[in-house]
Design a protein around this ligand. Structure first.
Ligand code: ADP
Ligand code: MP5
Length: 274
């Protein structure tokens, strides 16, 4: 049984964060564990408050995992401030887990900030170097690089700049772009690879990034192959968006039903050469 850990924030409304990650792990048939970094009182429409867990308790949770069970892959999501980042970075250095997927979460789908504005420097310096793959969406890639992204070419440029900062694989997600297709670009420092699906006409995309990065982590643990993991994860998240729920007054959540992983695998190959 593969063992997956998510280090992220808790979304009490169940669509994103730790909750989306654990649902994804279950659908992949792997054993899911969680280190909660922040408790976020949020729903589809707004973020009401954020309570960060103390660095000591974040560290204790990570110790609890590694002194006993260990992991086959780790997904890292919301890290809201310097202290959280430092605590997680210190433990990653200590335990050096295999397969680290980092989703540099900055905002919720309704626009509420989830990371302190001045923490981006710490994120780049202390956290990004641990990523085997980093999965920024377009606004996050813009924030990390300082460039404006309006085209596939701009996404490629952002991926290159992030790779130049020492990230091994960068997957710039195209969910926030316009157009009929949702294309994500994977860059390994040498070549670009494209993962494309038809854009689904829905506002219900709360939790898509969390779902995608968790699916990639689970796929890495299962296959040891990043391209295969991204291909399967793209099929998985697309299916989860297709079945997303129109609940709440803001962007509704992706839905994970129990055989979604198998369902996603039967879909056509999203890998496309542009
Ligand atoms: N409306 C949509 N139709 C199909 N795929 C989408 C849609 N919105 C997002 N995606 C895909 O969902 C995944 C998560 O991307 P994105 O929504 O950009 O991330 P985030 O949740 O971090 O903002 C990507 O594979 C992206 O291409
Ligand atoms: C605790 C928490 N973590 C992350 C997100 C963003 O999720 P996404 O970008 O997948 O919509 C969120 N809304 N809440």
């Amino acid at each position: 049984m593969k063992k997956l850990l998510t280090i992220a924030g808790s979304d009490c409304s169940g669509g994103a964060g730790i909750q989306a990650d654990l649902k994804t792990f279950s659908a992949y048939g792997v054993f899911g564990m969680s280190v909660i970094v922040s408790v976020v009182a949020e729903n589809t429409a707004r973020v009401i408050s954020i309570q960060n867990i103390t660095p000591e308790v974040i560290s204790d949770q990570i110790d609890a995992i590694y002194e006993d069970i260990g992991t086959d892959a780790v997904k890292i999501g919301m890290l809201s401030d310097h202290e959280c980042m430092e605590a997680v970075g210190y433990k990653l250095k200590q335990y050096r887990p295999k397969h680290i997927v980092i989703d540099p979460v900055m905002y919720a789908k309704n626009g509420s900030p989830l990371m302190q504005q001045d923490a981006v420097g710490t994120l780049i310096r202390d956290i990004l170097p641990f990523a085997d793959v980093l999965t920024p969406n377009i606004p996050e890639a813009e924030r990390i690089t300082g460039i404006t992204i309006e085209s596939i070419h701009d996404m490629e440029e952002a991926a290159k700049r992030i790779a130049d900062q020492g990230v091994r694989h960068v997957l710039v997600k195209g969910g926030h772009s316009l157009g009929d297709e949702a294309t994500d670009i994977l860059y390994d420092g040498q070549q670009m690879y494209y993962f494309t699906e038809k854009r689904i006409d829905t506002l219900n995309t709360h939790g898509t990034g969390c779902t995608y990065s968790s699916a990639i982590a689970a796929g890495l643990a299962l296959t040891d192959n990043l391209h295969e993991a991204v291909k399967q994860a793209k099929a998985y998240v697309t299916t989860a968006i297709r079945h997303s729920l129109h609940i709440g007054s803001g962007p509704g959540p992706t839905h994970h039903f129990y055989d979604l992983y198998q369902h996603g695998l039967q879909r056509s190959d999203p890998t496309k050469q542009i």
